[in-house]
Design a protein around this ligand. Structure first.
Ligand code: PLP
Length: 396
């Protein structure tokens, strides 16, 4: 039975490889951090993790996780509503709500699940979802699982959003959904204008704060802090897998009744395991740390400004960014791969992106800045970019 299917898969895989799209994995043997150790013993500076605040190897989070391992054990072995809810899960939900200034929070195994399980329980075929064209794959999949009428607007294009909202007046309820930070460009969704349009056209708003939580806003409270809209957005989703420690877990936070309905009806919540107690305990510690000091956010913001300023001065074409994502524009697909490979030889981990991940002719290298980086790391990265940039004729 397998022979034909095997031949088919082999051919498909060969096609992926010959198109240069085959994904290989880098094997890391150290904790995640600004500097990492690889399986072959060499060290590299990591500029492609989502470890924005450097918490993936934070001693206080490790201590909190260890303590919970002792007091609460390793796993919950249950979904939440059967017997998978500990005091630590409830504590983390309350902490996340406090962090964002929202009414309640529901935890998931991942933000992919939070987005996969948020639309279908809330909206029906009488309703409308108006979605940014560049939203994350998990939002796209979540919308597919829901019967609501779909409208799409061009990335952060407010004239187009208004047009779609006018068309969506035909439906009962309207929900605008957007990423907080778009991961390929580093731009922030214009939430002030989205909120204005939502008020004008009687729509609710959902923001995925995965790349913005802990990063955007002076104290890292995300795009609702940046635009002074704390507590005003109906639904926020986010991940514990990026700035918030980098382990695993996701959440939806927002209006009380919405969260309550998700607890009753959201399928990834009802039919999937609870996060381990140690992850919940470390999450509680993470919010406490961020409430006690703004040190990590300040360091991240100054690192990002330093990096962008110096890269521009070196002559690179950098997309305007409002986050910790820095897109070094190269425009040529092959060049983006060659340059990323050469940077890796220099001990700098970055990722080259090209079509279809970004629009045709918009190939780039994405650099992700972290509070785990020291100025010397940033300087090494800039020096390597400059060296390789000159070799490849990107810099004159
Ligand atoms: C990373 C990401 C997710 C997925 O988060 P996980 O917790 O890793 O599943 C969802 N949405 C956005 C916008 C993301 O960047």
């Amino acid at each position: 039975m397998y022979n034909n299917f095997q031949a088919y898969l082999k051919k498909e895989l060969a096609d992926i490889e010959s198109a240069g799209l085959y994904k290989n994995e880098r094997i890391i043997v150290s904790p995640q951090g600004g500097e990492i150790t690889l399986k072959n013993g060499t060290k590299a500076l990591n500029f492609c993790a989502n470890n924005y605040l450097g918490l993936a190897n934070n001693p206080q989070l490790i201590a909190a996780a260890k303590e919970a391992l002792e007091t609460h054990g390793y796993g919950m072995a249950s979904v939440r509503f059967i017997c998978g809810c500990s005091d630590l899960h409830k504590a983390l939900e309350a902490k996340i709500a406090e962090f964002f200034g929202t009414e309640d929070t529901i935890l998931y195994a991942a933000c992919f699940d939070a987005n996969g399980g948020v639309f279908e329980p809330l909206l029906t075929d009488q309703d409308a979802i108006i979605s940014d064209a560049l939203n994350h794959a998990s939002i796209i999949d979540g919308v597919r699982l829901c019967k609501a009428v779909r409208y799409r607007y061009a990335n952060a294009d407010m004239a187009d959003l208004e047009k779609q909202l006018q068309a969506a007046q035909a439906q009962r309820f309207r929900l605008i959904v957007t990423d907080g930070v778009f991961s390929m460009d580093g731009n922030v969704a214009p939430l002030d204008k989205i909120y204005e349009l939502a008020s004008k056209y009687d729509a609710m708003v959902m923001v995925d704060e995965s790349h913005s939580a802990g990063v955007v806003g002076r104290t890292g409270r995300g795009v609702t802090e940046q635009y002074n809209l704390r507590g005003k957005i109906e639904i926020l989703t986010g991940t514990l897998g990026k700035a918030f420690g980098g382990a695993i877990g996701g959440f939806t936070t927002g209006k009380k009744e919405i969260i309550d309905m998700l607890r009753q009806r959201s399928r990834p919540y009802l039919f999937s395991n609870s996060i381990p107690p140690m992850v919940a305990a470390a999450g509680v510690k993470m919010v406490e740390m961020m409430s006690a000091t703004n040190e990590l956010q300040d360091k991240l913001h100054s690192n990002t400004e330093y990096f962008v300023t110096k890269m521009k001065a070196a002559g690179f074409d950098i997309k305007p960014t409002q986050s910790a994502i820095c897109a070094v524009m190269l425009y040529d697909a092959k060049l983006s791969q060659t340059m990323a490979a050469k940077l890796q030889e220099e001990g700098i981990f970055v990722t080259g992106f090209y079509y279809p991940v970004v629009p045709k002719g918009q190939a780039r290298i994405r650099v992700q800045i972290s509070a785990a980086h020291e100025v010397e790391h940033l300087d090494k990265c800039i020096a390597a970019f400059t060296k390789v940039g000159k070799e490849l004729g990107v810099l004159k």
